[in-house]
Write a protein that binds this ligand. Structure first.
Ligand SMILES: Nc1ncnc2c1ncn2[C@@H]1O[C@H](COP(=O)(O)OP(=O)(O)O)[C@@H](O)[C@H]1O
Ligand SMILES: [Mg+2]
Length: 341
């Protein structure tokens, strides 16, 4: 375990002082199976950094552990092992008021804005709540700050006294963004933040997020199962499968020359806009299903999906294979091409 942690973190040669540094993160959940207590290994040995003003994309299929990583950063699930540093703060050692402050500095935006907002609160009340919790403005200055935050999120002030059910999905997500910004965070964890929205609204929200990042120097952890929006948003990308990082890379390099067979399969499945290219697109179809995180395969957890598999894949965790600056794939056959159909 420690060897893998070291190999993953040393592969990450990021210059300067990152805002967030995650090292060897493990999260497991107790579950009951076959009448006895077992562990579900949701996140295993995940290490990464996020720089100031940087967007790191976290991509992987449903169940790969993306939300659990976001939740672990905010201390919403128990962490089994690892360290998380936010600036000078040891996040996993924080207690009481320090945890509240960690949750101020890293704010989360969720997939479903209707579930995230209290139906009994007006827009103004929802956006003002973090100001109270974190004692950010004297109560007299709050209404003006709420108007400012709504303006930042592109919401007209006539929405101040409306309720969530009176708004569209995109407007509600703007309220959640205004609310997240109210805490004056350094990092936003965007967990499938546009997945519930129509495509045209999705791109409006993504553009808003990019614009806010430029204006405010925010860092983003952009969590999504959608490779196209991850490409649109991210500076660097982490590819997650069964709780483990398969590949990490600057965005352009990843989409141009994916080194891990899993990343190659994911990218081969992105529909192309050009109808001719779309017809000629070669897709890599993986065999079988994602194994259970209660009993992950030995060696490389991806090996049961078959492409390029060799007997050695079953033996040890694959070491990192460097494919370029900051670009590492955890695969014995990294860089080889899987044939498509
Ligand atoms: N509170 C929990 N208790 C037990 N299992 C959980 C819990 N939360 C998540 N899991 C499991 O952990 C794995 C990762 O889940 P999640 O992080 O939600 O994945 P993703 O966000 O990538 O879809 C899944 O197998 C999921 O069922
Ligand atoms: Mg999720």
């Amino acid at each position: 375990m420690s060897t893998a942690t070291e190999s993953q973190s040393s592969a990450e040669a990021v210059a300067g002082d990152p805002l967030l540094r995650v090292d060897g993160l493990h999260v497991r959940f107790p579950v009951r199976g076959a009448g006895r207590r077992q562990w579900l290994y949701a996140v295993q040995d995940v290490s990464f950094t996020i720089g100031r003003g940087e967007t790191v994309g976290l991509v992987g299929e449903s169940g790969s552990g993306k939300s659990t990583i976001g939740n672990a950063l905010l201390r919403l699930v128990p962490v089994h092992a690892g360290t998380v540093r936010l600036g000078d703060t040891d996040v996993l050692a924080a207690r009481g008021r320090e945890i509240t402050d960690v949750r101020r500095r890293m704010a989360m935006v969720f997939q479903d804005p209707l579930a995230a907002l209290d139906p009994r609160c007006t827009v103004a009340e929802s956006v003002a709540e973090p100001l109270q919790i974190h004692r950010l403005r004297p109560s007299g200055g709050r209404r003006a700050r709420v108007a400012e935050l709504m303006d930042l999120a592109g919401l007209p002030s006539r929405f101040l006294d409306r309720y969530p059910h009176e708004l569209s999905g995109g407007q509600r997500q703007r309220v959640c963004i205004a609310r997240a910004l109210a805490a004056e965070p350094e990092l936003l964890i965007l967990d499938e933040a546009t997945a519930s929205l129509d495509v045209s609204v999705q791109s409006q929200i993504l553009n808003l997020l990019r614009q806010l990042q430029q204006e405010m120097g925010l860092s983003y952890l952009f969590i999504s199962h959608d490779l196209a929006s991850v490409e649109h948003m991210s500076d660097r990308v982490l590819v997650l499968y069964l709780g483990r990082i398969m590949e990490r890379s600057p965005r352009e390099d990843l989409y141009r020359s994916p080194g891990h067979p899993y990343t190659q399969a994911l990218i081969s499945a992105i529909p192309l806009e050009d109808p001719v290219a779309e017809r000629q697109r070669r897709r890599i179809i993986l065999e079988g299903d994602i194994p259970s995180p209660i009993d992950p395969p030995s060696g490389c957890v991806f090996r049961t999906r078959r492409p390029l598999v060799i007997p050695e894949c079953a033996e040890d965790l694959p070491p990192g294979h460097d494919l370029g600056p900051d670009h590492t794939a955890y695969c014995l056959r990294a860089g080889e091409q899987v044939g498509g159909t």
